[in-house]
Design a protein around this ligand. Structure first.
Ligand SMILES: *Cc1c(COP(=O)(O)O)cnc(C)c1O
Length: 427
């Protein structure tokens, strides 16, 4: 038995499913997790001394690759001064100034500890600000695990949300309306029916929790104008896209300005950090300056801020990093699509910048419905083959691949060779 297998046996006895977050269990590809001991650059090392090329990057944060010396040094220095004070620190001011300086739509920001918390708080704020209760979310977009957002679409566009999880009272989701990603009509219907009750539309500007689905031209712009027309707030959930599609996120990439933005993942440089921010007039409603209550004992933690500041500062000082990351990604995903085409396989590669997904479907993937046509068993087989050949992909058809600056062209080409080998073995 491998050390990972041994650890998993112990883990399942004391942790639900053996993990602290479901997708880590590798259940959807029918295997068990590799327990990771260490990471360097583009590589992960497990407890059995196997090395993997990492295409998860902690689900997005490790855009510089693992083990950036500059980030680690700043964190170590912060640690020596103390792990937590529960009091105001200079690092929080520095972080807030940095984020507000990088994202023009963010005039004020509040730090929290996860993406879930950021979204939950932004929605409370949108409701407080507008005095309205309903929100629109898109089927297939993930916004963390807070009660009101664990909703799948009802059978018709007109039904209100049905909870997607046990333990979520129907009352918590009755104000969550579902719409179809990339369909402005499905959003319009809600606004026409009950526009004066809608506090906000929340969207992943690039949907990256059903694989990778780019917004069709005009979609984000259309959401912007519908929200303005009906007095609802537009919330961009940039937990994945923020500081990844560019230093100013998806809103800079697509030139559409939301009222509120949520961040997570990259913003903490690997530490547990989330944030929400937006227009001053809205943000001033957050306690203690306003009446929308939101708090956090460890929010703005000095060690977490140090990691976030260090990574964001590096990215800010090197705009060319994004150019080179996107060039590498365009070439990588483009070649992956070529491999499939050359073999006469009808599968689809979607990508935006460094985020990409190989869908095992013949259909063009533009929303949840088309993403769901993917053959998840074919994906599982592919994913396991890749893992056995030292390539660590997210163990689900509906997760993105994350490239980092540490993935060299050479390494990406080696990866493509393994992809090619896999598909060659099928025919
Ligand atoms: C991961 C994710 C979240 C939740 O963030 P956590 O830190 O896991 O709570 C929210 N929104 C999006 C778009 C995400 O990808």
């Amino acid at each position: 038995m491998t050390k990972s297998e041994e650890l998993f046996q112990r883990a399942v006895k004391v942790m639900p499913g053996g993990v602290n977050s479901p997708v880590r269990a590798f259940g959807s590809v029918g295997t068990t997790p590799r327990f990771i001991k260490e990471a360097q650059g583009p590589y992960l090392y497990d407890e059995d001394e196997n090395r993997y090329v990492d295409f998860i990057g902690s689900w997005g944060p490790m855009i510089l690759g693992h083990g950036s010396q500059e980030v680690l040094e700043r964190v170590a220095e912060a640690c020596r001064r103390g792990l937590s004070f529960g009091a105001a620190t200079a690092a929080e001011v520095e972080m807030a100034e940095l984020v507000c300086g990088l994202i023009p739509s963010v005039e004020m920001v509040r730090m929290v500890n996860s993406g879930t918390e950021a979204v939950m708080s932004a929605i409370r704020l949108a409701r407080g600000y507008t005095g309205r209760n309903k929100i629109i979310k898109f089927t297939g977009c993930y916004h963390g695990h807070s009660d009101g957002l664990l909703v799948k679409a009802g059978s018709g566009a007109m039904t209100s949300g049905i909870p997607d999880s046990m333990g979520v009272p129907v009352g918590c989701t009755q104000d969550t309306l579902s719409a179809d990603y990339n369909s402005l009509d499905s959003v319009k219907e809600h606004f026409e029916r009950c526009g004066e009750e809608i506090a906000a539309v929340i969207v992943e500007p690039v949907a990256a929790n059903m694989g990778v689905v780019p917004p069709l031209p005009g979609f984000l712009e259309g959401l912007r104008s519908l929200c303005s027309q009906y007095g609802a707030l537009l919330i961009f959930d940039e937990v994945i896209t923020g500081f990844r599609l560019g230093i100013d996120g998806a809103q800079g990439y697509y030139h559409v300005t939301p009222d509120l933005t949520t961040f997570g993942k990259i913003i903490g440089g690997g530490m547990p950090v989330g944030a929400y921010g937006g227009k001053r007039e809205i943000m001033e409603m957050v306690a203690p300056s306003g009446g929308v209550y939101q708090a956090g004992t460890l929010s703005g933690n000095p060690v977490a801020m140090a990691a976030g500041i260090a990574q964001l500062t590096i990215l800010k000082n090197h705009p060319e990093y994004y150019t080179s990351l996107h060039e590498k990604a365009d070439s990588f995903y483009g070649k992956m699509q070529e491999i499939l085409k050359d073999r006469g396989l009808p599968y689809r590669v979607n990508h935006v910048g460094s985020l990409g997904c190989l869908y095992f479907t013949e259909q063009e993937v533009t929303n949840y419905e088309s993403a769901k046509t993917s053959d998840t068993r074919a994906f599982a087989d592919y994913c396991n083959y890749m893992l056995e050949h030292g390539i660590y992909l997210a163990p689900s058809q509906f997760e993105a691949m994350f490239l980092s600056l540490a993935h060299t062209e050479e390494l990406l080409n080696e990866t493509l060779q393994t992809v090619e080998q896999y598909f060659a073995g099928l025919s």
